[in-house]
Design a protein around this ligand. Sequence first.
Ligand code: ADP
Ligand code: ZN
Length: 448
Amino acid sequence: MIFDENELIGESDLKKIQLERLQSTVERVYENVSFYKKAFDKLGIKPKDIKSLEDLKNLPFTVKQDLRDNYPYKMFTVPMEQIVRIHASSGTTGSPTVCGYTRNDIKTWAKLMARVFASAGLNSNDIIQNAYGYGLFTGGLGAHYGAEELGAAVIPISGGNTKKQVQLLADFGATCLTCTPSFALYLYDVGSELGVDFEKLPLKVAALGAEPWSEGMRKEIEKKLHIDALNLYGLSEIIGPGVASECIEEKNGMHIYEDNFLCEIINPETGEQLPYGFKGELVITTLTKEAFPLIRYRTHDITTLYPRIKCSCGRSFSKMESIMGRSDDMLIIRGVNVFPGQIEDIITKYNFLSGHYQLIINRERNLDTLTVEVEISDDFAKSLSSIIIPTHPNSASLSHKKVDSLKNKIKKDIKDLIGVTTDVKLYMPKILPRFEGKAKRVVDKRLI
Ligand code: ADP
Ligand code: ZN
């Protein structure tokens, strides 16, 4: 479903708008943000030098540290009297960064999030249960305003309160759930414990994001909740959720809302732009933001962009692949680069495992070790109960002939596909931590 006509824009009109918006953004930051004036001057670039979209590559990058150096408000282009909202990033990778919005920015954002929900097949008849946290984190309010802009009914339950969430899913009849993928899975666990039959709920779709998740996790969520699970992407520095989202028609890559954001992929080591189809770091320039525009912001998110092709949903905005992780999440285990998502993709393929896992990194005799801790599924646990549970404390990892051969199978799969030797520990259900917001999958004991 399409929310607004601008989503159907053709390539030549899109490029024209992008250039106009880029030029005006560059002019505004140069005039109003001393950080940008200095950065441009250092490179000998003036706003009038931006004559085509290709000139983007000559502009300086903005990195998270620049935002921290200008904490809290020095990156804003407008006086405080025009700021109507302040958010901050959730601080997953260090101290938070501050984001300001004018009244127009809030409108722009609401429209973007309305596009996200429309792309998931929703309209004003739908009820959206918003389990993203409300507060400084952009997820809650971003989704809230977007749902209202679409005309859907929003249930502002926020994060947490899992039992109540399950009850409301049944009582209020949400047709869409929006939250992190890990929370969707947790909701399922709590719901099934309470005897909820998800197949009978009116829920038909989940719009999930804010953390990396694999194709395997998608299948698991879809199967358990009897819904379509769609990916949405965004980050607070750029606006919040609403930068890109999957359409329900193809469910294969996220359309980037390119009339608002200019995306590039760069080689993170050299900073050089890479063509479509290459994997690298996503860099975003905002085109419509007023209060806090960013030029070539290095997201650290690793993905691939694909050329514009008319999609069956009607959009021809270019697509971005699911993000397997940030460059800072990449684990280097004995010289091999590993993203947690690659391991997730393997473990979610097994029916006897649940999607709850953690990766523990340690160092033994100067060698990095990776332990994959994963819970077995409820069904498998039931099939084992007579043999194991009576003698086995829940907190210990399972060890039994049958279980050991399964562990070895997982180990072998990880070794074959990723090339690292891991230790695998299987746990009974409900042992590993659960997350109401972003999941913390990696525990790096080398840092403790
Ligand atoms: P923080 O950087 O502190 O986590 P944000 O709340 O702004 O702050 O989170 C934005 C980040 O969340 C993105 O840069 C990205 O790493 C991650 N993210 C958001 N949506 C997705 C998604 N759909 N898939 C993978 N990662 C995502
Ligand atoms: Zn599409």
